[in-house]
Write a protein that binds this ligand. Structure first.
Ligand SMILES: Cc1cc2nc3c(=O)[nH]c(=O)nc-3n(C[C@H](O)[C@H](O)[C@H](O)COP(=O)(O)O)c2cc1C
Length: 349
């Protein structure tokens, strides 16, 4: 089916295609039609179930932040077989994001570059939607970013505003200090500024709290951030966001576009950060970056990821991507003699 749809979608500008798909998913979700997807895409097998940061996951493959910025389609995404859905980034203020075009397909590289800039409806709107609309059985996380208009010094209060509006409905909250498209945001990964934000949110409530890191951080900075996460009592670390680097071997004409690169070219780098974080801490790690196949997911799990997430491969592989990964994972677990996904977490450490 996606074999037919993909050429049509790929003829449209990427953001137009994305908006169209999201509208279809929203219509399906609102009419209840999405339930039919689950029969096709949901892989139910006890060996895929796993637990991390107080949540039970029916399978380890989740949707990464950015796909559903305004929490419009979490049930439809869960019905596509994803074991959790991270919505957002949500910011305190609603904001339009950067001028278009701001999303680029790097087809030859199975990658994307985006400079969306946290376009979203804002914490009040998204918070109300999370309160008012039914959520899926699968855990729903909320990725929280800083409003563009807010100065870096005022970041803790800005994150806190959003946290207060979404945390009750969320199964977990992510402090996103790693998107490359809000000026200065990644400076918030420095120890002092990060401590102020994490402490503010840790005091604000009990919802499991994670921090999402950039693949562009140097090892020492990753180590500092992870140590801080432990000290403050966070519940997990997400590795990684997109990179501003451009590997030399990218082949697509749009490779030099400004923004964050995601997909296949960041896979190994993200896995290395997963491994580094998992070696340093007992906190659960969420592995994200270039996961497109069961082998990719398995590699991150063996490197220490309790669950994985994806975005770019949903664009290139289509709606069956979670099912295909989960089916493939079952084969890999069996091949290597693991009873469950949980047994394979960190097997390579
Ligand atoms: C269009 C787009 C928008 C994104 N928006 C966000 C975001 O709002 N917050 C965030 O933490 N990550 C965001 N990301 C990063 C993804 O969540 C993920 O970390 C990254 O794309 C690597 O995973 P992938 O290779 O599977 O795409 C975005 C990615 C893309 C492609």
């Amino acid at each position: 089916m996606y074999r037919l749809l993909k050429p049509l979608l790929f003829r449209l500008p990427p953001e137009t295609a994305h908006d169209g798909v999201r509208r279809l998913l929203r219509a399906a979700q609102q009419s209840g039609l999405h339930r039919a997807y689950a029969r096709n895409y949901l892989v139910e097998d006890d060996r895929l179930t796993t637990e991390a940061f107080g949540q039970s996951f029916s399978n380890p493959v989740g949707v990464a932040a950015g796909f559903d910025k305004n929490a419009a389609v979490p049930r439809a995404l869960a019905a596509l077989g994803f074991g959790h859905v991270e919505v957002g980034a949500v910011t305190a203020e609603s904001q339009p994001g950067n001028p278009k075009p701001r999303l680029f397909r790097l087809r030859e590289d199975e990658a994307l570059v985006n400079r969306m800039g946290f376009n979203n409806a804002g914490a009040d709107v998204v918070g109300s939607r999370l309160d008012d609309e039914p959520l899926p059985d699968a855990p729903v996380g909320v990725n929280v970013g800083k409003s563009k208009v807010t100065a870096l010094e005022d970041a803790p209060e800005d994150y806190r505003y959003t946290y207060d509006r979404v945390a009750d409905a969320a199964d977990y909250v992510v402090v996103n200090v790693s998107s490359p498209n809000t000026p200065g945001l990644r400076e918030l990964q420095g120890r002092e500024r990060l401590a102020a934000i994490l402490e503010e949110l840790r005091d604000a409530g009990e919802t499991p709290l994670l921090v999402k890191l950039s693949p562009d951080l140097h090892r020492d900075a990753v180590a500092d951030a992870v140590d801080l996460a432990e000290e403050v009592g966070l519940d997990g670390v997400i590795a990684t966001n997109t990179t501003t680097d451009r590997p030399d071997d990218l082949r697509s004409p749009d490779a030099p576009q400004k923004g964050g690169l995601s997909g296949a070219p960041i896979r190994d780098r993200a896995t290395e950060q997963v491994r580094f974080v998992a070696e340093r801490t007992d906190l659960p790690v969420v592995g994200v970056g270039g996961v497109a196949t069961a082998a990719d997911a398995y590699e991150k799990i063996r490197a220490g990821a309790s669950v994985v997430q994806l975005y770019t491969s949903l664009v290139y592989r289509g709606p069956a991507v979670a099912r295909d990964i989960n089916e493939g994972l079952l084969e890999l677990l069996e091949r290597d003699g693991f009873d469950s996904v949980a047994d394979a977490v960190g097997a390579d450490l």
